[in-house]
Design a protein. Structure first.
Lengths: 110, 114
């Protein structure tokens, strides 16, 4: 699998504020997946991005894949307490196995 | 589908004992992955199978760890002998094909070695 750097490691926001996590690679990625893990839970697949410059939305979540396919971001608009958890990016390559980033732990303060 | 099923959910064992973790992947998925999660090291891929054949076990920590997939619906991860540093949450995940629809993770086994 390919290595990525995910930032920030932790983020505390007030409910209603926006949140963004970034995933950066030194090499070109063929695709990237995003997962969410609730506290005490297991990772749950959110989305896969494949095309350069791709933008996908899921309700308040917006996922972007950079033009050079070396970075990606997840943006949450108007966070809610249900958004609490750790968000992982997982770059895909020629191999089937995924290597997960270190994750961004999001805390939403009511 | 019931999803990926792992057992047991929790395991507490004494150092030196053998531990066996079990996983039933989603029916029809042809790839199976074992991950370990700790605070210090995050989510680490231990081994993955494709069509029941081990493809990459480079993430297996050492010879004390072994994994098998005797058929498409069952896999085990064995640790013998177990050590306190093996304490972690072990996840099994499965996917179909290249995994374009993502991996489906089981609920995990929380292993504590005392």
């Amino acid at each position: 699998g390919q290595q990525v750097m995910q930032i920030p490691q932790y983020q505390h926001v007030q409910e209603g504020e926006d949140f963004t996590t970034y995933c950066n690679s030194s090499t070109t990625l063929s695709n990237i997946q995003w997962y969410k893990q609730r506290p005490g839970g297991h990772p749950v697949f959110l989305i896969q991005l494949v095309k350069s410059g791709e933008v996908k939305k899921q309700k308040r979540l917006t996922f972007q894949f950079g033009e050079a396919k070396k970075n990606s971001s997840l943006h949450i608009t108007a966070t809610q307490t249900t958004d609490v958890g750790t968000y992982f990016c997982a770059p895909g390559g020629s191999a089937r196995q995924l290597t997960f980033g270190s994750g961004t732990q999001l805390t939403v303060l009511p | 589908d019931a999803g990926v099923i792992q057992s047991p959910r929790h395991e507490v064992t004494e150092m030196g004992q053998e531990v066996t973790l079990r996983c039933k992947p989603i029916s029809g998925h042809n790839s199976l992955f074992w991950y370990r999660q700790t605070m210090m090291r995050g989510l680490e891929l231990l081994i993955y199978f494709n069509n029941n054949v081990p493809i990459d076990d480079s993430g297996m920590p050492e010879d004390r760890f072994s994994a098998k997939m005797p058929n498409a619906s069952f896999s085990t991860l064995k640790i013998q002998p177990s050590e306190p540093r093996d304490s972690a949450v072990y996840f099994c995940a499965s996917s179909f094909g290249q995994g374009k629809s993502g991996y489906t993770f089981g609920s995990g086994t929380r292993l504590t070695v005392v």
